[in-house]
Design a binder for this molecule. Structure first.
Ligand SMILES: Cc1ncc(COP(=O)(O)O)c(C=O)c1O
Length: 463
């Protein structure tokens, strides 16, 4: 038994007025009300309706929902947009199922989100893993190179599509333009998981997959922009995609009671960006630039810098002060700042359109204070095993549960996935090794969610 309920937790948290450097992008602030939609927020229960007369229908859009879809199409300058009420997860599963038939191959990033592994399982599709580069300096995974994609396309000319995240959770983008050329030369389709980059079209257009030749781009507008959690959009940018097939797959997996609150939040997001985007993105860029300048003044503090980096994902390393990511995160939380993700020595603070100048000032103040209270020079070495390439065999058809600590050498039957970031440490068919076991147990020991490991620390392996 816990001493509070979900609602009690949420009310208590909202009263803390904590600074949000995690999803969603509106950051719980006043950005939506400030731009004219306070009435919607005040009447949220009255707006929570179903498909009554005049309300249109997400699965046969003809009026108000159609209008929002058309408005997004214009906003992102694409050929087709659909609204999603079950997150990018739903759009990614639908994209894979619509482009890859049963038994066919999909070239997919090994650091893909869980939803893509789900699609592969649901569609009985054969995954071919593209390995991302390792950014050794930071201990995280980087881009998927065009050469890796080219190699896999050459080795698997029968694959139907390629799917990869850009940007990834840490903000590292891949060279979508060059990758798209290879993919299209081979007659395949390119799907970009832009869950973390819905803002790029407006914030940094040279990194937006819609501008770089992708066929399908899935955006979590809730992560960095203004719509509510679980709302997202799917953009189709070329004539290569069978839209009827895509719609059929979306409708096969999406809730048949789509939330009007979520759809309205997508409507609001589109309208605010269209009308006020210019000033909002300019302000966001200025705040980010000033923030990084302030970081440089803190001796020993390191932030991730990379030519392919979307700088709105602020990755901070204070291991020079003896703080690993977990310790730095708790120091920030003590000071009322909630980050998005910890990996090894890095704490990722995810900024969004709703962050104000004062949020960045508070983050800097907290970092200065943490630096003052700790000793520079007490370096801590953090292990990160994101790069481990496990040997892949066939996915087991029969499974059993065993203790994780006793699973070395066994074939994994259900993915082991730290959440966040939702990228599997071990996938079905892979042979688990000592390193992964040690890392997964450490994550559990530090209180992180790891999907696929039960409360008794057991995992599914092949029987
Ligand atoms: C890389 C990546 N893709 C897709 C998703 C799924 O997005 P959503 O939460 O909108 O379903 C996530 C979620 O965090 C993600 O990190």
């Amino acid at each position: 038994m816990f001493n509070e309920s979900i609602v009690e937790f949420l009310i208590k948290h909202s009263k803390k007025n904590a600074v949000s450097f995690h999803m969603p992008g509106h950051k719980g602030g006043d950005i939506i009300a400030k731009h004219g939609y306070g009435e919607f927020l005040d009447n949220i229960l009255g707006c929570d309706i179903t498909e009554i007369k005049g309300a249109d229908n997400l699965f046969q859009p003809e009026s108000i929902i159609k209008e929002t879809m058309e408005a997004y199409k214009k906003l992102y300058d694409v050929k087709y947009t659909n609204l999603l009420v079950n997150g990018s997860s739903c759009g990614l599963v639908a994209s894979v199922l619509a482009t890859c038939q049963r038994g066919y191959k999909l070239i997919m990033a090994r650091n893909s989100h869980k939803s893509i592994f789900n699609a592969v399982k649901l569609g009985d599709i054969k995954p071919v893993y593209a390995r991302p580069e390792l950014l050794e300096e930071y201990g995280i995974l980087g881009e998927i190179s065009k050469d890796e994609i080219k190699r896999l396309i050459d080795e698997n000319p029968d694959a139907k599509a390629v799917i990869l995240p850009s940007p990834n959770y840490y903000g590292i983008c891949s060279d979508i333009k060059e990758i798209a050329k290879h993919v299209h030369d081979a007659g395949m389709l390119l799907i970009v998981d832009q869950a973390h980059g819905a803002h790029l079209k407006f914030y940094d257009k040279n990194k937006a997959a819609e501008n770089l030749g992708a066929d399908i781009v899935v955006n979590s507008t809730h992560k960095t922009l203004l719509s509510f959690t679980e709302s997202a959009i799917i953009n189709v940018c070329s004539d290569r995609v069978d839209i009827l097939e895509l719609e059929d797959k979306i409708q096969s997996i999406e809730s048949t009671s789509p939330s009007y609150i979520l759809m309205a939040s997508l409507d609001i997001n589109e309208k605010i960006i269209r009308k006020h985007g210019q000033e909002l993105f300019k302000e966001w860029k200025t705040n980010i630039k000033e923030f990084y300048c302030e970081c440089e003044k803190i001796k020993g503090l390191k932030v991730l810098k990379h030519s392919m980096h979307d700088d709105t994902k602020i990755n901070i390393d204070m291991s020079a002060y003896g703080l690993d990511g977990t310790k730095l995160e708790s120091e920030l939380i003590k000071r009322g700042i909630y980050p998005e993700l910890v990996t090894g020595s890095l704490v990722m603070c995810m900024s969004g359109i709703g962050n104000t100048k004062s949020d960045y000032d508070k983050l800097i103040l907290a970092l200065v204070n943490i630096a003052d209270k700790n000793v520079l020079g007490e370096c801590v070495k953090c292990e990160n095993i994101q790069s481990v390439a496990l040997e892949l065999t066939a996915v087991p058809t029969k499974k059993e549960k065993v203790l994780l600590s006793e699973s070395e050498g066994r074939i994994i039957a259900e993915s082991i996935i730290p959440y966040p970031p939702g990228i599997p440490l071990a996938c079905p068919g892979e042979i688990i090794n000592k390193e992964v076991i040690k890392h997964a147990l450490e994550l559990r020991g530090n209180g992180y969610n790891v999907i696929g490991i039960d409360k008794d620390n057991k995992v599914f392996v092949g029987k």
